[in-house]
Design a protein around this ligand. Structure first.
Ligand SMILES: [Zn+2]
Ligand SMILES: [Zn+2]
Length: 325
């Protein structure tokens, strides 16, 4: 499924199966998750896609070809391909263990063809073995909703009371990890979104409400997954002194101005950008221990546009996943 131009639907296309070059693996895609970032690419809110592009950066499949110099994987192994597809290795960020901030990165499904396809090529250094008894479809959301969610959770610190704004794919994974760590989850959904509120309760949230509501207790931290800038002052008002507000998405509508008093008291606002390979190693080892259970809604690959529409309209419980073939 190919994006020719932002703002237009993806088109089903028949492309040649690529050959792995040096350092690359060819993966037969078993499943590919649909992430909100894909929507931002398709809608043109992210402005640097290498067009035409095959979207998709939550790719799980089996290695069917290895290029020269690949020691890391063998044919037949199950792997995951995440958003971070390539980094320069020499910029000041790469050299200080912050490759997520690389000056000249390439991202899967954005500058490198991704997993909305039957086959995907990837730089083996950025791929990960996928273990555990997850099906391909269940494992797919771990690759971004899980990884970026985990990084966001780490940035939120050791919050006893953790707010989560936007209860979709990332939140449903983060809530499970947070509970595993003994944190209390306060879930904020779109006002009146009964389905999301039931979902959050099922995942053990101690309090569930609309994003326009104040929690009964001040929070220690809040993670915002919904792409809504107005949630930044809302979350700041919900955290107590020293509280941290983490914006976990790659794009957000403008943040309205707010009084300094809601930032005062050493409250912190920060974003989380991309992932490092060590985030992936940590999270993929942790997920089966929790164990994180993903709730997925599968679509055939050729219904990628429908899956994106469901995500845009908030009609999904859990994560959308595309299945080729
Ligand atoms: Zn770099
Ligand atoms: Zn993503």
């Amino acid at each position: 499924m190919v994006l020719d131009r932002p703002g237009t639907p993806l088109k089903l296309a028949d492309l040649p199966v690529p050959e792995p070059g040096a350092g690359q693996i060819l993966v037969r895609v078993g499943a590919c998750g649909v992430c909100r970032t894909d929507l931002h690419v398709v809608d043109g809110e992210l402005t640097e896609p290498a067009l035409p592009i095959v979207p998709g950066h939550e790719v799980v499949g089996h290695v069917v070809g290895v290029g020269a110099d690949v020691q890391r994987f063998r044919i037949g192994e199950r792997v995951g391909i995440p958003w971070l597809g390539w980094t320069c290795g020499v910029c000041r960020y790469c050299r200080s263990e912050r490759e997520n901030l690389c000056d000249t990165p390439k991202f899967t499904g954005y500058q490198i063809n991704g997993g909305y396809a039957e086959y995907a090529l990837a730089d083996a250094r950025y791929c990960f073995p996928i273990e555990g008894d997850y099906s391909d479809a269940e494992a797919a959301p771990l690759m971004c909703a899980g990884l970026i969610g985990y990084r966001s959770l780490e940035m939120a610190g050791e919050a006893e009371r953790l707010g989560i704004y936007g209860f979709g794919a990332a939140a449903h994974i983060v809530a499970q990890v947070a509970r595993h760590r003994g944190q209390q989850v306060y879930a904020f959904t779109r006002p009146g979104d009964e389905q999301a509120q039931v979902f959050a309760r099922d995942l053990g949230a101690v309090w569930v409400g609309g994003a326009d509501q104040r929690p009964p207790d001040p929070l220690d931290a809040a993670i915002i997954f919904a792409p809504v800038g107005a949630l930044v002052p809302a979350a700041l008002a919900a955290v107590g002194k020293g509280g941290v507000v983490v914006a976990g998405g790659i794009h957000m509508s403008d943040i309205p101005s707010f009084p300094y008093s809601i930032l005062w008291g050493e409250r912190v606002v920060r974003s989380v950008a991309n992932l490092t390979r060590s985030d992936a190693e940590e999270f993929l080892a942790l997920a089966p221990q929790v164990p994180v259970r993903t709730e997925v809604h599968t679509f055939p690959l050729e219904q990628a546009n429908e899956a994106l529409a469901c995500l845009r309209e908030g009609r999904l419980r859990g994560a959308a996943v595309l299945l080729p073939g």
